[in-house]
Design a protein around this ligand. Structure first.
Ligand SMILES: Cc1cc2nc3c(=O)[nH]c(=O)nc-3n(C[C@H](O)[C@H](O)[C@H](O)COP(=O)(O)OP(=O)(O)OC[C@H]3O[C@@H](n4cnc5c(N)ncnc54)[C@H](O)[C@@H]3O)c2cc1C
Length: 304
């Protein structure tokens, strides 16, 4: 096993951060991609040295390619295999870890090699601390969400895996989930609410602002999973959906990376938060430090 890094990608998600973390440890990162030709081409243009592409036949879920992907990665014998923290890539990472008998880690932000060991840094304690792990075993790791841009590069060669034997699994049907009336994907303006709202009555403030802006309402995961105020279809972020409105007004949202991943495509982000140190203020065009109970009605009145 030499000090090399392979990335696996099976979801159509930004790969800038995964490639960047990999390249800091190995300048000649190889990629194994499961999915469409377009996905393989986009990874090939993201700064990797080569792409091994496992095509996904029509009607076959990406997860059915896990065995083939594991076999291909095993042939490359990497010290470290990295994947984005996205649904199908996670499954493939699991299959690779089993095949390599690897140590596994999540929320990883850096890997490097020191004195014959692989050193992995990952976020812990709700991302407030970095834990360093060391091992001499192969490592399979999910990379923490980040916003590093894809480095412009000449496309890497793509080697297609022909006639792979896939797990006998097909997509039998797709039933659209309840959207709760939300059309966040196409909304031009969105008001996002978070745990800064401590009582359900305060939702009326955000709804009035959304009305004045002709905006949809979105929320952080907490208001869906913990408070049960909203359907999953209104959550934006890593676990759900990424949106790209012209305007995103966040109300009482701290701006954790898992949420910001979902709104990074917004043209303009306006943040309202009473904590001047809230991370959202590092990611917005306009920030208003203040109590949402005062700021939101004032903004609504000014817009009405
Ligand atoms: C694997 C994983 C996946 C995740 N996926 C997602 C995801 O897809 N989407 C998502 O949103 N989260 C996701 N999370 C959760 C995420 O890490 C955060 O916990 C969550 O986004 C925090 O929600 P919040 O900003 O509403 O709450 P908090 O972080 O609690 O922030 C509340 C904010 O409100 C402010 N505030 C309080 N009172 C007021 C007031 N009166 N006026 C103004 N501001 C006020 C506070 O200063 C604070 O900054 C995920 C977490 C994990 C571990």
């Amino acid at each position: 096993m030499s000090n090399n890094v392979v990335i696996i990608v099976a979801d159509d998600v930004p790969v800038g951060t995964v490639v960047a973390v990999a390249k800091r440890a190995d300048s000649q990162v190889r990629a194994v991609v499961a999915g469409s030709r377009e996905l393989a081409e986009s990874v090939a243009g993201a700064g990797v040295a080569s792409v091994c592409w496992v095509p996904q036949p029509e009607g076959v879920p990406t997860e059915a390619l896990a065995g083939v992907v594991a076999q291909k990665v095993q042939q490359l014998a990497p010290a470290v295999t990295l994947a984005p923290n996205a649904a199908a890539s996670r499954v493939l990472a699991g299959a690779v870890a089993a095949a390599l008998d690897a140590a596994v880690a999540s929320s990883v932000v850096a890997v490097n090699f020191e004195d014959g060991k692989t050193v992995v840094e990952r976020l812990v304690a709700e991302q407030r601390a970095v834990e360093t792990l060391e091992t001499t075993a192969p490592v399979v790791a999910l990379v923490s969400d980040g916003a590093e841009d894809v480095e412009e590069s000449a496309p890497a060669p793509i080697e297609e895996v022909a006639a792979a034997v896939l797990a006998p699994m097909t997509v039998a049907g797709i039933h659209e989930g309840e959207s709760g009336g939300a059309d966040l994907a196409n909304a031009q303006r969105v008001v996002g609410v978070g745990r800064g709202l401590t009582s359900k009555d305060q939702l009326a403030l955000a709804e009035a602002l959304a009305g004045a802006l002709d905006a949809e309402i979105a929320c952080s995961l907490s208001l869906c999973d913990d408070y049960r105020w909203f359907e999953h279809a209104r959550v934006v972020g890593t676990s759900t959906q990424r949106i790209a409105p012209r305007l995103y007004v966040s109300v009482g949202i701290s701006g954790q990376p898992q949420h910001m991943t979902g709104v990074r495509g917004a043209k303009t982000i306006v943040a309202i938060n009473n904590d001047p140190e809230a991370p959202i203020f590092r990611n917005c065009a306009y920030g208003i430090v203040g109590d949402l109970n005062k700021v939101v009605p004032a903004l609504t009145a000014a817009l009405s």
